[in-house]
Ligand binder design. Structure first.
Ligand code: ZN
Length: 363
């Protein structure tokens, strides 16, 4: 079944005639259109792609299954007429994606008495389709995972005491691009010593020292699809805290990888790893969720974390990334990208999970 057909199936249960899709990755997923500004309007029988002058030719080329509509002005000036011409009386919009300013324009458009258009908030319709990957999408992710794996090997070969976080991050970014990654999906994290206690640290001028944790978190992008990989390294001799925390985090990750199965909720999956951290008395130090879906976006559905009711099913691709963060000392995070296959997790990431490297090699 095509993506459009799948969406139409779920639209049949909604109270609106057509869905207005504004989120760029949702548009790309359904239509192939990669422009940064455009609107899809999809009903049981129509598939429209509305773009301004800059994107008309691109839209025709990338989205042959859609009727391309050339629009001018803000949404208030074209949506009511387009909806009326298409006989749509109720239009669903992506309530968790549009800005307040755009919503304001939408309301302006529908307050026009001439066209009787009603707006209905909707959420997650396309995202839930995107969460389950098709074989072709999985292939792109596998390649993106491979690029991150070899970039980690490269990191191990260049990292040394005295190098700064920024230097290593930039070398990794260049490596990923040269090896075939498109623009990298998120800023690379290289966080050493106390900086590694910040889950989303920015690479700084701090010099990397021996014996301290160095968290590296990076991903590649292939044909739009992302990977996500974290490892925590240690140059030379690990201190006692490092070994103890590393073993807890690794234990939590391995438990999750071995026991998460299809049909579980994101909350249940999270708990399988969190229990291990809780039992070691580090509950407070694991302050983020266990993982997140990955695909056209680096963070997408499903969510693996406390209170997540997302159901994990075959074909979903997500990360498993427990971490422990101790202010003043540092943090340890180990992250793999996985796919649910035949009810179990298959780990796509191949990078080793040993922390110790010598770090004697000079760039
Ligand atoms: Zn991640």
């Amino acid at each position: 079944m095509s993506r459009l057909e799948k969406l139409r199936q779920s639209l049949a249960h909604q109270e609106f005639d057509a869905l207005l899709v504004s989120q760029p990755e949702n548009q790309r997923y359904l239509s192939g259109f990669t422009g940064s500004t455009g609107w899809l309007l999809i009903s049981a029988s129509k598939a429209l792609l509305a773009v301004d002058f800059r994107y008309v030719e691109q839209a025709k080329r990338e989205s042959p299954d859609f009727d391309v509509i050339h629009i001018k002005g803000d949404i208030a000036s074209w949506l009511p007429k387009l909806a009326s011409d298409s006989r749509f009386k109720k239009v669903g919009f992506e309530a968790d994606q549009i800005t307040f300013a755009t919503y304001h324009q939408l309301c302006k458009g529908t307050s026009n008495d001439h066209y009787q258009l009603q707006l209905i908030p909707a959420a997650g319709l396309v995202e839930s389709l995107r969460a389950v990957k098709e074989p072709e999408e999985l292939q792109f992710i596998v390649e993106a995972v491979r690029l991150a794996d070899i970039a980690l090997d490269y990191a191990k070969s260049i990292i040394r005491p005295g190098a700064t976080e920024k230097q290593i991050a930039w070398e990794l970014e260049k490596f990923l691009r040269v090896e075939g990654s498109e623009t990298i999906p998120f800023d690379i994290i290289v966080a050493s010593g106390p900086n590694s206690a910040l889950p989303h640290a920015r690479p700084s001028e701090r010099v990397i020292l021996r014996g301290e944790p160095v968290v590296i978190d990076m991903g590649a992008r292939v044909d739009g699809y992302c990977s996500d990989l974290s490892r925590t390294l240690c140059l030379g001799k690990k201190d006692k805290t490092f070994s103890r925390i590393y073993d807890i985090v690794l234990g939590a990750q391995l438990a999750a990888l071995a026991t998460i199965g299809a049909g579980m909720s994101g909350d249940q999956a999270d708990r399988l790893a969190r229990t291990v951290v809780d039992q070691a008395n580090y509950s407070e130090a694991f302050g983020h969720g266990l993982g997140h879906g990955i695909g056209l976006e680096a963070h997408e559905s499903p969510r693996l974390g406390p209170n997540s009711v997302d159901s994990l099913v075959d074909g979903m691709v997500f990360t498993i990334e427990p971490g422990i963060y101790i202010a003043g000392w540092g943090g340890i995070r180990i992250e793999d990208t996985v796919v649910m296959e035949d009810g179990k997790l298959k780990v796509l990431t191949k990078a080793e999970k040993t922390a110790n490297i010598q770090g004697e090699v000079i760039v």
